[in-house]
Ligand binder design. Structure first.
Ligand SMILES: [Zn+2]
Length: 325
């Protein structure tokens, strides 16, 4: 009586094992994918030129994760990154515009941070470039010795708004949780929180908690996996997570995050899953100490189903183009 049932069950196990074996992680393909991202990108990526430093960051952190940093020319990359630092001029009149630019698109003379800055009406740092520039230098083993810390912090302070959020650039731009996170990373890396009014930033984060207990880009907006990561990670970098949210509130945030798992994760209720949320939500669950309660196999299989087996890289959905970020 028991036999047929048992055999069916074994068949199922074998099927899922076969599935598991087909979904192999193609490490070397991904190493080559990231190498290409560092050198040359197809034309459809040309609009990303002004944020080239962020592409370098995704490629370098990917190679770092794969333990493959030996494939890059570290010294050359370090010089290139330093050439993107917006340096103060002799009279410090551009201090509030310092930080990192995304690429050399303005055509300023090449200067790997070994002298003073040159004035250019459109030259200024961008908070995401400053964050990813610093992160790239650390990944490459640089000691940040040529960073003009005071200028970076002054440039950062100039970006904060009265409500605690940040602009990306001193000319003004969108202001939301993404840039609060970039600003927190910069202060953390430079080990100096004088780059922001921490109290105001915390206030902004608290007010961004939505009625459903996820966190949004700002007050009154819809909660989202990406902004929830940015908010929680910022508080962790500040060392203030437990001070800002009570245990009861943290449990509600945990619940909102863990409910985002379908096979992989989605960023908002009733949205399709997308590879990137395996990071945004997965990392938040890790920071909140409950990643171990997710379905690890389902998540892994979803991610691997979006893997490009030919050129390497991952897409947001199966059978679509991989992208560098
Ligand atoms: Zn996405």
């Amino acid at each position: 009586m028991e036999l047929p049932f048992k055999m069916a069950e074994e068949g199922e196990v074998n099927d899922s094992l076969a599935e598991f074996e087909r979904l192999e992680f193609l490490r070397d393909r991904h190493v080559r994918f990231f190498q290409r991202c560092l050198h040359v990108l197809p034309e459809r990526y040309s609009s990303l030129e002004t944020s080239r430093l962020t592409i370098a960051f995704f490629a370098l952190s990917g190679l770092d994760m794969l333990d493959a940093l030996d494939v890059v020319e570290k010294a050359d990359l370090i010089e290139w990154i330093y050439s993107l630092q917006v340096l103060p001029m002799e009279d410090n009149s551009n201090l509030s515009r310092c930080g990192f630019r995304g690429s050399s698109h303005l055509g300023l003379p090449y200067n790997p941070s070994k002298g003073l800055g040159v004035l250019h009406p459109y030259d200024s740092g961008h908070v995401a470039m400053t964050y990813t520039g610093l992160a790239c230098l650390i990944i490459l083993g640089d000691d940040l010795g040529r960073i003009n810390k005071e200028a970076c912090l002054a440039g950062l302070r100039a970006l904060q708004l009265e409500d605690g959020s940040f602009y990306a650039v001193p000319e003004g731009s969108e202001n939301d949780m993404r840039f609060v996170y970039c600003a927190s990373c910069i202060c953390y890396v430079l080990d100096d929180w004088s780059g922001m009014d921490v109290k105001k930033a915390i206030d902004y984060i608290r007010k961004s908690m939505s009625y459903d207990n996820g966190l949004a880009q700002g007050a009154g907006l819809e909660s989202h996996g990406g902004s929830t990561f940015c908010a929680i990670a910022s508080l962790c970098l500040m060392g203030k997570l437990e001070e800002v949210f009570s245990e009861k509130e943290l449990n509600r945030i945990r619940r909102w995050c863990i409910m985002r798992q379908q096979t992989g994760f989605h960023g908002r209720p009733n949205k399709p899953v997308d590879t990137c949320y395996s990071f945004w939500v997965g990392a938040t669950l890790k920071l909140l100490d409950i990643f171990q309660y997710t379905d690890f196999e389902k998540n892994r299989n979803y991610i691997l189903s979006t893997q490009d087996r030919l050129v390497g890289g991952f897409a947001k959905w199966p059978d679509s183009h991989p992208d560098s970020n």
